[in-house]
Structures are given as C-alpha cells and as structure tokens.
Design a protein around this ligand. Structure first.
Ligand SMILES: Nc1ncnc2c1ncn2[C@@H]1O[C@H](COP(=O)(O)OP(=O)(O)O)[C@@H](O)[C@H]1O
Ligand SMILES: [Mg+2]
Length: 452
C-alpha cells in the first residue's frame, strides 16, 4: 500500500484535496478511507503541469499497536494524513562507490535473457502475473514470473491514461530514467521497462520481506540498534543518490522494503529527480515528511531528503519511559514530530519547527534529529560542506562500521520469514480486480511516452 502523496506548484502552494482512487475524478473532495488524492494543475518546476496524488499516511496512533498482521494493520488505516521527501550539497561519488553486487546484476540478467529470446524488449506476455503485492497511486505492483527463466520479479504497471490525467508524465519519465541507472544494494534494482498501448511497466527486483511500515506496525517502535541499522542503510543510499545529483523526495516506511536477508531496499522513485546544481520547486511527497523549504516554495534541493531522514528516525525510535513514570502523557503520544489531520495546520507546524521529544527518547538519536530537523539549511546535517559524512559521523551512528554495512556484513536485526523466491506472505492481500494488460491497438499516447 502506498501513503498519500502530493504534488503542487511553486506558484500555487494552496492544496486542494481531491478524492478518487480509481476514477480519478478531478472534482470530488471527499476522502475515501484509504487513499485520496490531492491534485492540482498548474505549472511547476518552472514549466510543467503538475498534479499530485496524495495517498494517506497511517494514523499515528496505530504505530504503537503491538499486534496484528500487516494486513490487519493496513485495514485499520482509514484516516487520511501525511506525505514526505528531500535535497543539498553532494558528496564525492568516489567516497561511496557502489559495492559489487555479485556476478549478475538484474541488468545483466535482462540483457542475457533478451539475447536468448532474440529480442530487444520484454512485453507483458513474457511474464505470468501471480499476485498483487501493492497498489500505488497510479497502478499496481504484482509479483510476476519471467517465463523464460522462471525468475520472480515485481511488475509495477501504470495505466497511461491515469498518468496523464494526474499530470504525472514527467514524474514517471524521471522514475524510469533514474531507475535505469541505479545500482546500489539498498536501492531496488530495475530489470527493464516497457510499454504497450495502454500501460507502462517497470520490472523490478522482487523484495520478499514486505514494507518496513508493516514491520514497524507489528513492532510498535524499534529499539535503538534496529532503528540505527535501517537509518544507516537509508543514509548510505542517500549518499549514493545525492552523489549522482538525484533527490529522492519520498522517504517513508511504506517505500522501504526489507529484503530476504533483512536489508533495506528503497523503492518508488516516482518523485525522484536529477537536479544537478539547480533547485526544484514541486510541492510533492508525503505531508508529514515535507521539509519546511518545500512548503515555503522557495526552491529546494537534496536537503529535503536529510530532513525526511530526521522525521523517519524520530518516528521509528522506541521511547524508554522510566519505570517511575509508566503512564504515557498525551504529549508523548504524537508520533512524527509534526502531525495534524489538516495539512495546512501540519505545514504550519513544520515551518514553525517546534521540536519536542518525548521522555525516554535516546539522547544521541535526539541530537541527530535536531541536526537534521532544522529549517536552517546552513546548519542541517547532510546539507553542509561534508555532505553525508556529517550524518555518518554523528555519535548516534558511532557503532556503525560503514564499510561493513556497505559490504552487507552487518547482521540485520530482523530476518523476515520468506518461504521461497515467490513468497508474498509479507505483503497485504489485495483484490485482483484490475483490467487486463496488453493489447495491440493504436497507441494514443505514443508521443507522450516516447521517452519511456
Ligand atoms: N520491488 C518491489 N518488490 C516488492 N514489493 C514492491 C516493490 N516495489 C513496490 N512494491 C510494493 O508496492 C507498493 C507500491 O509501489 P510504489 O512504487 O511505492 O508505488 P506508488 O508510487 O504508487 O507509491 C509499495 O509500497 C510496496 O508495498
Ligand atoms: Mg510508494
């Protein structure tokens, strides 16, 4: 499942909320339990037409629930809510070279498989769809089997007409071009992308362990060492992305998958963008993860990702209440540092940035959160001259051996139960009611998606 996202424009910071999971009606303003959209058409990033999809973020109170399956938890998720992402100065790619992933990357596998089929591209007929494992803002993610090799992948399928209606063409083209160049252990790998007259498809590594969000829900919050492990992998991934001038802009536990060995894989590059030395203005992401500079529509860069990391750390870390004070006060109950059902009020809170920490919050984690959750970009860790090195060198990460982390030598705190390559038990169950893919008719969107 995905959380709410929004995108808006530099010139029109006011958000309008629109409902419509399937029909994508542009006029309704009601909110349907799980997903609702915020859509706004106006130019953004200088020239583009933008719209935003807002899926809802989980109600904060549910984060502290200790039991229930991922599926149970998600069904309870009936309140609209938040969004997220980030930007800044980058580090030297040489400082953080991607480690070798083994003899065969997904891209090599794609090349070899296509060669053996004597083809340049895959098509939907090359895959057998097994099950839906996620529904996104514009389409679905399925577990599929590549018929030629019997290998499992995740297939993200998006209906072209929906992408156009929601003004997400540029975002989808960005998603494809960025996924095509990524090769890093904590980022989902893409085997291939292709299209037919009705749909766009991303063939991704299938990550069996499910969303970090589901694990977080089951755990309540994470012990310090667990939170630190996941945050460190995200930090390394951001260092890799930023060194390549890519801002991610959609950090949240729903977009963090856990692989079979317990490592993080960031998925969903729908808001990722290459921003070289310039800035971007799009109001997009998940509301409670939005950095103040996004809300202020001033133009922003990679700093927004470091802010979002601060929100993530704040959100997932367990608070250890003193035995003498077992009763949790209402002040301790808010979960992300800034929270409100009303987005406008939420944005006011974010820009006011009055950061408070509940009792029992680890002191070093608190200090790092303060270094990340500062609206002052000349002080925000990750955004300073040393880039990610300031975050990696913070006392909270003292115990992390970054070289070993990159070589995947640090034992993960949680190994998901995975019965086999095609196991979907760590994902929620979705209805399988979706239109048939494929088709050879006229492609009315040929020009729009010629670069896909
Ligand atoms: N490579 C993958 N392997 C397994 N599940 C995935 C993968 N990619 C996405 N998913 C699942 O599908 C959901 C929606 O995909 P996502 O790319 O986040 O779409 P959206 O942009 O609409 O949020 C994710 O939250 C996750 O549960
Ligand atoms: Mg997502």
């Amino acid at each position: 499942m995905s959380s709410s996202k929004i995108a808006s424009s530099k010139n029109s910071p006011q958000l309008s909320r629109k409902h419509d999971p399937q029909s994508m009606s542009e006029s309704s303003s009601s909110v349907d339990g799980r997903s609702y959209r915020e859509s706004q058409t106006s130019s953004y990033d200088g020239t583009r037409q933008s719209s935003t999809t807002t899926s809802m973020y989980k109600p904060l109170s549910l984060f502290s629930k200790k039991s229930g399956t991922a599926s149970d938890d998600k069904k309870k998720d009936e309140q609209p809510n938040l969004l997220r992402r980030l930007m800044t100065k980058t580090s030297n790619p040489k400082e953080n070279p991607p480690p070798k992933k083994g003899p065969q990357t997904v891209k090599e596998l794609a090349a070899r498989t296509l060669q053996s089929m004597d083809r340049k591209e895959f098509n939907i007929g090359d895959f057998t769809i097994k099950k839906t494992v996620g529904t996104g803002s514009f389409g679905r993610v399925h577990l599929v089997k590549l018929n030629n090799t019997g290998t499992y992948f995740a297939l993200k399928a998006l209906r072209k007409s929906d992408v156009i209606k929601m003004h997400q063409v540029e975002h989808i083209l960005n998603e494809k071009s960025i996924l095509a160049v990524l090769d890093f252990p904590f980022l989902v790998g893409m085997l291939a992308s292709f299209q037919d007259p009705g749909h766009l498809y991303f063939v991704l590594e299938y990550i069996q362990g499910g969303e970090l969000f589901s694990y977080l829900r089951r755990s309540g919050r994470f012990e310090n060492n667990v939170a630190k492990f996941y945050a460190a992998e995200v930090c390394a991934a951001f260092e890799y992305l930023h060194a390549r001038h890519i801002v991610y802009r959609d950090l949240k536990p729903e977009n963090l998958l856990i692989d079979a060995k317990g490592n993080i894989k960031i998925t969903d590059f729908g808001f990722a963008k290459i921003i070289k030395d310039d800035q971007t203005w799009t109001l997009c992401g998940t509301p409670d993860y939005l950095a103040p500079e996004i809300i202020k529509a001033k133009g922003y860069g990679k700093s927004v990702d470091w802010w979002a990391l601060g929100i993530l750390i704040y959100e997932v870390c367990k608070r250890h209440y003193p035995i003498s004070k077992p009763k949790i006060s209402t002040d301790d109950c808010w979960i992300p540092p800034f929270s409100d059902d009303d987005n406008i009020r939420l944005f006011e809170k974010i820009t006011a940035c009055k950061l408070r920490f509940p009792e029992g919050f680890d002191k070093k984690a608190k200090d790092l959160c303060k270094c990340l959750l500062t609206p002052d970009l000349s002080k925000r860790y990750g955004n300073l001259k040393r880039g990610a090195a300031d975050v990696k060198g913070h006392a909270w990460f003292e115990a992390i051996d970054w070289d070993r982390l990159m070589r995947l030598e640090i034992a993960a705190p949680y190994i998901p139960k995975v019965a086999g390559e095609g196991d979907t038990s760590n994902f929620e169950t979705y209805d399988e009611d979706y239109p048939t893919y494929g088709g050879h008719g006229k492609d009315n969107y040929k020009d729009t998606f010629k670069d896909f």
